[in-house]
Design a protein. Structure first.
Length: 489
């Protein structure tokens, strides 16, 4: 028999019978000496790793990123220097709130994560389809997520809980205007955009720094689902987005996204009625134009969902020389959270897994830990040392120093402007989009049991845009008069 086709245990020992455990006698109990049985059951018992605490449900694919316009002027990032330059990528799209087997038709932001395996190490883009977020400080993240997750008693998501949080968190109004538009349910992963949400810094070879935001625009076009369309699809196929992505790639209909960058000169930082580093605010394209960087093409499905899509670990703090984090307070918290969860979720050596392992060479003195299967073998595992061939730091790669001012403290940002942009977004919607937003909001707010929460929520929408507030109060039979009197006093 062909040696490779022989069924074996994980120890490589040939298996003679894969259907009958060893028993004592014909009817006797099973024997502990049956290594093959115990290995098989014990391995099965450990098949699952903890799912992601958020973004558990996702679909991934491999591809390539091709530079269309050199970004040399703004960043020294090696993978963005030359037109036509190609970098292998792995992208993972996801829903946020519910578990690994949950429907892909729910109203929820969608994750849009791309790992670039660059010649100077990995660079992770970890964004969402919507351009803003609910909150502006990482310290509120566990709260916003708890409010959106199922109730600990009923195990049901409950608008009474998440609207309680949102109504008391007015900076979430802009995100709600996006999430409850039809863009809150993208038709598929192939038909949604992606946004960095946060700004980052790009630094060029001369040490000049600009603030940037990045956007992915699907070449397939943007398509969303109405509530009714989503309900119909969910009844037929709650995996429709995973299926759509897999089938498109399998059929050679490779999805593509153009990557755009927006550049903000640090000198212009104070020229807005909001703080450009606030993750609850968008940078409108007509104010800060998009510049085309390149195109991502996804052209290969995963061979194994668990080894690739489930085991991949992204972190918005995984950056390459020429890209540095901004001072955005949400981003600053995220820089810690991702690799922290991955060391717990996958293990301390998760970066040695093929999907996470950089294509660039890794050389340092980190050793051991659980499953160090790509262990660096040099016995010189300390630095400095007298050995010339041992890896040494290179001062060319020191991060460009950045100015800071002020005192430490738990401080609010100066320009909160919680409602201005939310109103502007509403006014920019077409009549059809405005109607869909009101319909979607009403369908969910109707389920809120506490009248005070409803009133507070509508007041927030009213502050964003008078018409929006009035339409909601009319549909929900809420008398806004006491609130309006209070405002005029
Ligand atoms: C996944 C934390 C805000 C996009 C995750 C995970 C954690 C996390 C712990 C699971 C990672 C894993 O298990 O591998 C946080 C914290 C945030 C925050 C603490 C705020 C302070 C955001 C924002 C965005 C975002 C603002 C979008 C701009 C994503 C995406 C994933 C993710 C796309 C899934 C990555 C994947 O496909 O593996 N987040 N998150 N998160 N987060 Fe966040």
């Amino acid at each position: 028999m062909d040696q490779h086709r022989q069924l074996t245990t994980n120890q490589g020992v040939p298996i003679g019978d894969n259907a009958n455990s060893i028993t004592a006698g014909r009817r006797g109990p099973t024997l502990l000496e049956d290594y093959q049985l115990i290995e098989k059951l014990a391995h099965f018992d450990r098949e699952r790793v903890p799912e992601r605490v958020v973004h558990a449900r996702g679909a991934g694919a491999h591809g390539v990123f091709t530079v269309k316009n050199s970004m040399k002027r703004y960043t020294k990032a090696a993978f963005l220097q030359e037109e036509g330059q190609e970098t292998p990528v792995f992208a993972r799209f996801s829903t946020v709130i519910h578990g690994l087997g949950s429907p892909e038709t729910l109203r929820d932001p969608r994750g849009f994560a791309v790992k670039f395996y660059t010649e100077e190490g990995n660079y992770d883009f970890v964004g969402n389809n919507l351009p803003v977020f609910f909150i502006r400080d990482a310290i509120k993240f566990p709260d916003v997520i708890h409010s959106l997750k199922p109730d600990p008693q009923t195990n049901l998501q409950d608008p009474d809980r998440f609207f309680d949080f949102m109504s008391l968190t007015p900076e979430s109004t802009n995100m709600l205007v996006h999430l409850f538009s039809d863009e809150g349910i993208p038709a598929s992963y192939r038909h949604m955009r992606g946004s960095s949400v946060h700004s980052f810094k790009w630094v060029n070879e001369f040490g000049n720094t600009v603030y940037i935001k990045m956007r992915w625009v699907p070449k397939q076009g943007i398509q969303n689902l109405s509530m009714e369309e989503a309900a119909k699809i969910q009844a037929e196929d709650f995996n429709h987005a995973t299926r759509d992505l897999f089938n498109a790639i399998e059929n050679g209909d490779y999805p593509e996204w153009d990557l755009y960058v927006q550049i903000l000169d640090p000198a212009d930082m104070d020229n807005f009625d909001f703080d450009p580093l606030d993750a609850t605010k968008d940078w409108f394209e007509d104010v800060i134009p998009y510049q085309l960087v390149g195109t991502m093409t996804l052209n290969k499905n995963v061979d194994n969902f668990f080894a690739e899509t489930e085991s991949v670990g992204f972190n918005p703090g995984v950056l390459v020389p020429g890209i540095q984090p901004s001072e955005d307070k949400m981003l600053q918290g995220r820089l810690f959270s991702y690799s922290d969860t991955q060391r717990y979720r996958i293990g301390p050596n998760y970066l040695q897994l093929p999907i996470n392992c950089p294509f660039a060479q890794v050389a340092n003195n980190q050793r051991d830990g659980a499953m160090p299967f790509k262990q660096q073998t040099s016995p010189v595992n300390y630095e400095p040392n007298r050995y010339e061939d041992a890896p040494k730091p290179n001062a060319d790669y020191i991060e460009t120093p950045q100015p800071i001012t002020g005192v430490t403290g738990r401080q609010k940002i100066e320009k909160t402007n919680d409602f201005g942009q939310a109103g502007e977004v509403y006014r920019r919607y077409s009549q059809e989009e405005k109607d869909a937003l009101v319909r979607n909001l009403v369908a969910h707010i109707k389920k809120v049991r506490h009248e005070k929460t409803v009133l507070l929520l509508i007041c927030n929408f009213y502050r964003a845009d008078r018409e929006l507030g009035e339409r909601l109060s009319k549909e929900l039979n809420i008398d806004l008069a006491p609130f309006l009197n209070q405002m005029s006093n």
